[in-house]
Design a protein around this ligand. Structure first.
Ligand SMILES: [Zn+2]
Length: 193
């Protein structure tokens, strides 16, 4: 993509801002999959056309074949997160296929990762995964120690909740702090309907 001259680029940019033709279909799709127990992914073109609508019946993953990945250039990918979490590193790694925006639907709203420039740095997904690794290692250590202590089931449940929450907080903070450095904007659209 990209216009040949500055004026055509400006025209493109203003068009993108003034008419988001894709938005009605994206929002209708999100209202349909919000709160579902399995993950469904929907790819919508800039013109609003639905290009992919699929679920593998898994709780936290939808796989794409090469043909499907080829449709992603310049499109919007939305999907639901049954656990209401923000983006996984797999989600952000899909952006290397040229997505304009990826969205993750939670119960009360939608996480949005949007390109702010055409040459956005798509290595963000890789860096995000690396940053999480250290945090995950610490979390696993705490968990292993708790298992050695043979805590009761209730205490283990409580600890699992705490650790999962700490991972989620870490992820949201990392994305909020770093997305702009890669040419993306990370936001949360509160549910309106
Ligand atoms: Zn996801």
């Amino acid at each position: 993509m990209g216009g040949r001259g500055a004026s055509s680029q400006m025209q493109k940019n203003s068009l993108a801002v003034s008419s988001e033709k894709w938005r009605p279909n994206v929002e209708a799709s999100e209202n349909r999959i919000r709160g579902k127990k399995t993950e469904t992914a929907i790819l919508v073109g800039m013109d609003g056309k639905i290009l992919i609508d699929k679920s593998d019946g898994h709780k936290s993953q939808v796989g794409f074949n090469g043909q499907e990945l080829a449709l992603m250039d310049g499109a919007i990918l939305t999907h639901n997160h049954p656990r209401n979490s923000t983006f996984s590193d797999e989600d952000l790694k899909i952006m290397v296929h040229g997505l304009k925006e990826i969205r993750a639907v939670a119960v009360h709203g939608t996480f949005v990762m949007k390109k702010t420039r055409e040459n956005a740095d798509i290595s963000m997904g890789k860096d995000y995964a690396l940053a999480q690794k250290e945090h995950l290692n610490q979390t696993n250590k705490i968990w292993a120690e708790a298992q050695m202590k043979r805590l009761g089931l209730l205490e283990m449940d409580k600890l699992a909740d705490q650790l999962n929450h700490s991972i989620e907080v870490f992820r949201r903070k990392w994305l909020a702090k770093n997305a702009k450095n890669y040419g993306f904007i990370y936001t949360y659209e509160r549910r309106t309907a």
